[in-house]
Design a protein around this ligand. Structure first.
Ligand code: TTP
Ligand code: MG
Ligand code: MG
Length: 400
């Protein structure tokens, strides 16, 4: 075991919570359509899947079996997951597994609203928060006096009171363990992990449950006979460093032993803001020039709106193209001054576009603005780079 293993006993124990909303987008939709509670529901459609309200007030919902297109599922209720339907699965594939499941369109504005509500509710109880995206946060509870279980319950109650939604929370000694733990008793989980739980609850889990071991690393570990976190913890330090490099090899072993000294990063400045869309049908830059032009302009407008809503300007404007064969190309350019207007973004993105040979069909188009500076503070210096905000949508187009 690495020498740092004894540290947690020496330093005053930290209490770090990870909170993650349950089936977030789907749960927000159920607030709006309570008659769908208990049913398999999938979120991922576009406007075409908007429920119809009949003359008698009854609502008619789209079913997965009626879907035709290339949209992807953002999330599904636990009832739909029981049928094998999960995030990132194609809707057509999901339709074969759960043809009767309800399909609802994505409504980012609503999810952002509830995201703000739950974060504000937690901040009132515990202000040390690291924002990890739309439905999750870390909370540092170390400075608070109360009993850990009571704090966790109070936070869950506050989230429910503010939003009507359930979340899962884990309190552990650090971010790494809290993140793994919040998934252990989902949905509506309240998990406390102590030092004893490492071997009992963490080691039996697959190595990929560690945030930072992605699909590639977990595949390489599996080839080496390392499947569980426990396997990883028992591995030889030199062997891991030989296969994964010094720094990642060391980190892997420390992570498997539940060691993580990272503090919370409490400022939540995004490093880029982008919008991208996968077309319902591949589009050719020549034959579908007008449609593509419209989509391109709309993406620029959306990014400009996102920038202004979040009070940022950006100097680097980039584009992303994915061709029908999945080859992905990006181009960007950096302007002398930061901008947040749709026209300026469209002009710069158009420049980038001219640097890509457009001779094949496209399946995705994206626009990104980075090198951000806070507009509100009037500073022209880029804030610390921490995370990316990407709004992905699947768009239905009336073309064959
Ligand atoms: P998650 O927290 O990963 O999932 P979840 O909240 O739906 O379900 P769980 O109870 O397991 O936490 O993601 C939060 C939201 O982010 C999710 O509701 C939809 C969106 N999302 C996508 O759009 N695409 C994805 O591939 C994933 C994983 C999530
Ligand atoms: Mg979640
Ligand atoms: Mg999440």
């Amino acid at each position: 075991m690495p020498a740092t293993a004894a540290r947690p006993e020496e330093s005053p124990a930290r209490r770090i919570a990870h909170l993650d909303m349950d089936a977030f987008y789907a749960s927000v939709e159920l607030l709006r359509y309570p008659e769908l509670r208990g049913l398999p529901v999938v979120i991922g459609g576009s406007r075409a899947q908007q429920p119809l309200t009949l003359a008698d007030g009854e609502r008619r919902f789209a079913r997965l079996r009626d879907y035709a297109g290339r949209g992807v599922i953002t999330t599904a209720t636990y009832e739909a997951r029981a049928l094998g339907v999960f995030s990132a699965m194609g809707i057509m594939k999901a339709a074969r597994l759960a043809p009767e499941a309800i399909l609802l369109p994505v409504d980012f504005a609503a999810y952002r609203h509830y995201s703000q509500l739950f974060k504000a509710a937690v901040a009132k109880l515990a202000p040390q928060i690291e924002d990890r995206g739309i439905d999750e946060i870390y909370i540092d509870l170390s400075a608070l006096a109360d009993d850990t279980q009571m704090l966790a319950q109070r936070i869950k109650d506050a989230v429910r009171a503010a939003t009507g939604l359930s979340c899962s929370i884990c309190i552990a000694a650090n971010k790494l363990l809290a993140k793994i733990g919040s998934d252990l008793d989902k949905p509506d989980g309240l998990t406390l992990l102590t030092a004893d739980d490492l071997t009992r609850r963490i080691w039996p889990l697959p190595a990929r449950k560690i945030n930072g071991i992605g699909p590639k690393a977990s595949e390489r570990l599996a080839v080496l006979g390392i499947h569980s976190i426990g396997d990883l913890a028992q591995a030889d330090a030199g062997f891991l460093q030989q296969h994964f490099g010094r720094s990642y090899g060391r980190w892997l072993l420390a992570a498997a032993h539940g060691i993580d000294e990272r503090p919370l990063s409490t400022s939540s400045e995004p490093k880029s803001i982008s919008r991208e869309t996968t077309f319902e049908h591949d589009l050719h830059p020549r034959d579908d020039r007008q449609i593509l032009g419209g989509i391109f302009t709309a993406l620029c407008t959306q990014v400009a709106d996102d920038l202004r809503r979040k009070a940022y300007r950006g100097r680097t404007i980039g584009i992303k193209l994915r061709f029908a064969d999945f080859q992905t190309v990006t181009r960007d350019l950096t302007l002398p001054t930061a901008i947040d207007d749709a026209q300026g973004i469209r002009r710069a993105a158009g420049e980038c576009l001219r640097r890509v040979p457009l001779d094949r069909k496209l399946r995705l188009l994206g626009v990104r603005v980075s090198t951000l500076s806070g507009r509100r503070a009037g500073k022209d210096r880029a804030p610390p780079l921490q995370r990316e905000l990407v709004f992905t949508e699947s768009r239905e187009l009336g073309v064959d």
